[in-house]
Design a protein around this ligand. Structure first.
Ligand code: GDP
Length: 304
């Protein structure tokens, strides 16, 4: 079981190394300090503009709060990061939405390898443990092995997986999944989709088709479209997020592989530039390594 602290151990270590090396040189809050702080933030992938803005803001705050010691300064920085994250999200809703009646549909999108299937496996186990009836639909019919991988998770979790033959239209698997969810009165249907980025128009059309089918069989469109991003890819993840956001209505982000990276700062530009709430974070390959995202805990585990 990964708690946030242990799951982020590797992240924390790399961050701590950076942060400690930075703070080891700490003598006083002078211009060198702020320049190095800015570089440290850029290194954590918060984005150049955000690093610049945050550092400018911290120049004032450190003075205002009269922070002088290492720990005082550290606290001001952590608080500023959390406040910065939260300030950008005033109109965003980071909770998961469920259907008033009938099955809730959660669509998972993202490029290959980011951790979609793994996230579905973990989340399905979690909702099942909460007493929900869960069904999985393997609508990534293009990647060899994707269906088998989801089926393996289905077996592990003890939940049914709806699949089609290789290369069938993913929309037909979505249809079968929705019908099965209705007939079996499932609470949640998870849909694993193919993340082909080569062609933006295709991606958009494919996702639109899936949504149409869902809205035709059920009272509404999917309650959630979760975009899965690999945090270790840094700025690439941001590019992917832009593309998917332009292709469909993304309702939230799952940020994976935070157990192995010092680049968790990508959370800030995701929020600031794209205004997408991070809803879940992945902290490992195991079934328990998925957590609801909490900005405060997150910043504290990185700097605390
Ligand atoms: P998909 O192609 O998007 O469905 O990605 P997969 O679910 O197949 O994941 C790709 C690889 O990333 C697999 O080896 C997973 O075990 C691994 N993975 C997924 N999430 C995490 C995570 O949070 N931490 C780590 N360390 N590995 C992960």
């Amino acid at each position: 079981t990964a708690t946030l602290a242990t799951g982020l151990n590797k992240t924390r270590r790399t961050w701590s190394e950076r942060w400690n090396a930075f703070m080891a040189n700490f003598r006083s809050v002078d211009e060198d300090f702020f320049e190095e702080l800015e570089e440290t933030l850029i290194g954590a992938d918060v984005g150049a503009q955000t690093a610049f803005d945050l550092t400018a803001q911290l120049r004032d705050e450190v003075k205002l709060k009269n922070a002088k010691s290492k720990s005082e300064v550290s606290k001001v920085v952590v608080d500023a990061l959390v406040a910065h994250y939260q300030a950008q999200g005033v109109n965003e809703d980071a909770t998961m939405h469920f259907a008033d009646e009938g099955p809730t549909v959660i669509l998972f999108v993202g490029v290959n390898g980011v951790g979609k299937t793994t996230t579905i496996g973990k989340m399905a186990a979690r909702y099942k443990a909460e007493g929900k009836k869960v069904i999985l639909a393997a609508a990534d019919t293009f990647r060899a092995g994707a269906t088998q991988q989801l089926q393996a998770w289905g077996e592990r979790d003890g939940v049914e997986v709806i699949a089609g033959a290789a290369n069938v239209d993913p929309a037909s698997v979505v249809y079968d999944g929705v019908r099965a969810a209705i007939e079996q009165q499932a609470d949640v249907l998870f849909v694993d989709t193919a993340g082909r980025l080569q062609n933006n128009v295709n991606l958009m059309q494919e996702l639109a088709k899936m949504k149409r089918i869902i809205a035709r069989e059920l009272p509404s469109e999917p309650q959630e479209v979760l975009l899965v991003l690999d945090s270790t890819t840094g700025q690439n993840a941001l590019q992917q997020a832009k593309l998917f956001k332009d292709s469909t209505d993304v309702t939230g982000i799952v940020l994976t592989k935070l157990d192995g990276t010092a680049k968790g700062g990508i959370i800030l530009p995701i929020r600031n530039e794209l205004h997408l709430p991070v809803k879940w974070i992945g902290l490992g390959e195991g079934v328990m390594d998925l957590q609801v995202f909490d900005a405060d805990d997150f910043a504290k585990s990185l700097f605390g």
